[in-house]
Write a protein that binds this ligand. Structure first.
Ligand code: SAM
Ligand code: DTB
Ligand code: SF4
Length: 338
C-alpha cells in the first residue's frame, strides 16, 4: 500500500529512518522508544508520517463500530472501567444480547459505512455456553460482509480455536500500560495472563488487536514501556488501539489528570514508527478532543477510528461530525479490508 510519494526524500538526521519499507523491527528497546517520545515535535511527526507513507495511503482511515453485547457487572477491577462491579458507581449489569438484536446493529453500522464490527463483553473470560452465542453472532456479522472483532476477556487455546472456527477475524485484548505500572490499575488479572491470551489468539490464526490507554497517571517511561511491550511481541498486532482515558465519575480514575493532547499525539507517533505495518487506532477519548488535535493524530500515523455515537458505554463523536472532519481533511474511509 506504499504510495512512494516520499521516495528520494532524505531523513532529517544521520540515523536511518525507522521502519523503512520492508524493515519491521521486533527488538525495540525502551530507551529507543523514550528517545522517540522526546524528539522535537516536528521531527517526531515527520518521521511518523514518513513511515506511514511507506506502508499506507496517508489519506485513508479504517472505521470500526463498537457494540457492547454484554454490559456491566464485570468481576475484574480495572481502575478505568465503568463496567467493573468493584467500583462505587457503575453501569447497570445486563444480560448477553440476543443474536438477532446484534445483527440489527451490525446492519446499521454497515449501512453507515463501517468496515469492521467489534463486539465487547464485560467478562473475565467467556463461559462455554456464552461463547457459542458469540460464535453465532460472528457468523451472522460475517455473512453481512463485514470484518468481525470481539473482546471477551481472557481466552484459553480451545476457546480461541472455537472463535477461529466461527470465522472470527480479530480479537481485541489490550496490555493497557507498562508491565510495572499495570499493578496500580488492575489486580484481578496479571500482565502475563494478558500475554498468554494474546499468544492463544495468535496460535489460533486470529489477527490481534492490542493496545493500551494513555492518561491513567502513568509516566512517560510507562508510555514507552507499553509501546515497547507491543513492538517486541513476536508478531506486531495487526491493530493497535491507543485509547485516551475516558474519565468516568465513580471509577478510581474518574479524576485522573488530563493529558496534554500533544503528548497523546506523541504516543501515536511512536506506535506508528515502531509498528509500521499495523493499523494504529485513535481509539477512545475523541469525544472531547478538538478536530485539530485529531488531525495531528492522523498526521502522526493513526489510520483507524471507532465510528458511531457510542463506544461501549461512553459517548463517541457523532458520525456527522466525523464525516465532516474527514471531508474537511480530504480523507476517505476503507470500505473493506482483506
Ligand atoms: N472485558 C474485556 C477485557 O477487558 O478484557 C473486554 C472489554 S474492555 C472494555 C476493552 C478495553 O477497553 C480495555 O482493555 C481498555 O483498554 C479499554 N477501556 C475500558 N474502559 C476505558 C476507558 N474508560 N477509557 C479508555 N479505554 C477504556
Ligand atoms: C479498545 O481498545 N477500546 C475500545 C475497544 N478496544 C473495545 C473500548 C473503549 C471503551 C471506552 C469506555 C466505554 O465506552 O465503556
Ligand atoms: Fe471488565 Fe474489561 Fe472493564 Fe476490565 S476492562 S472491568 S475486564 S469489562
Amino acid at each position: 500500500m506504499a504510495d512512494g510519494n516520499l521516495a528520494g526524500l532524505s531523513p532529517v538526521s544521520s540515523r536511518p529512518p525507522e521502519g523503512g519499507a520492508g524493515t519491521v523491527r521486533h527488538d525495540w528497546t525502551r530507551e529507543e522508544v523514550r528517545a522517540l517520545l522526546d524528539l522535537p515535535f516536528p521531527e517526531l511527526l515527520f518521521r511518523a508520517q514518513t513511515v506511514h507513507r511507506q506502508h499506507f495511503d496517508p489519506a485513508e482511515v479504517q472505521i470500526s463500530t463498537l457494540l457492547s453485547i454484554k454490559t456491566g457487572g464485570c468481576p475484574e477491577d480495572c481502575g478505568y472501567c465503568p463496567q467493573s462491579a468493584h467500583h462505587e458507581k457503575k453501569v447497570k449489569a445486563e444480560r448477553l444480547m440476543a443474536v438477532e438484536k446484534v445483527l440489527e446493529e451490525a446492519r446499521r453500522a454497515k449501512d453507515a459505512g463501517a468496515a469492521r464490527f467489534c463486539m465487547g463483553a464485560a467478562w473475565r473470560s467467556p463461559k462455554d455456553h456464552d461463547l457459542e452465542t458469540v460464535c453465532s453472532m460472528i457468523e451472522g456479522v460475517k455473512s453481512l460482509g463485514m470484518e468481525t472483532c470481539v473482546t471477551l476477556g481472557m481466552l484459553d487455546s480451545r476457546q480461541a480455536g472455537r472463535l477461529r472456527e466461527a470465522g472470527l477475524d480479530y480479537y481485541n485484548h489490550n496490555l493497557d500500560t507498562s508491565p510495572e505500572f499495570y499493578g496500580e490499575i488492575i489486580s484481578t488479572r496479571t500482565y502475563q495472563e494478558r500475554l498468554d491470551t494474546l499468544e492463544n489468539v495468535r496460535s489460533a490464526g486470529i489477527s490481534v488487536c492490542c493496545g493500551g490507554i494513555v492518561g491513567m497517571g502513568e509516566s512517560e517511561n510507562d508510555r514507552a514501556g507499553l509501546i515497547t511491550a507491543l513492538a517486541t511481541l513476536p508478531k506486531h498486532p495487526e491493530s493497535v488501539p491507543v485509547n485516551l482515558l475516558v474519565r468516568v465519575e465513580g471509577t478510581p480514575l474518574g479524576n485522573a489528570e488530563q493529558v496534554d493532547p500533544l503528548d497523546f499525539v506523541r504516543v501515536l507517533a511512536a506506535a506508528r514508527i515502531t509498528m509500521p505495518e499495523s493499523r494504529v487506532r485513535l481509539a477512545a477519548g475523541r469525544e472531547h478532543m478538538t478536530d485539530e488535535a485529531q488531525t495531528l493524530c492522523f498526521l502522526a500515523g493513526a489510520n483507524s477510528i471507532f465510528y458511531g455515537e457510542r463506544l461501549l458505554t461512553t459517548p463517541n463523536p457523532a458520525a456527522t461530525r466525523d464525516r465532516a472532519l474527514l471531508d474537511r481533511l480530504g480523507m476517505h474511509t476503507t470500505i473493506a479490508e482483506g
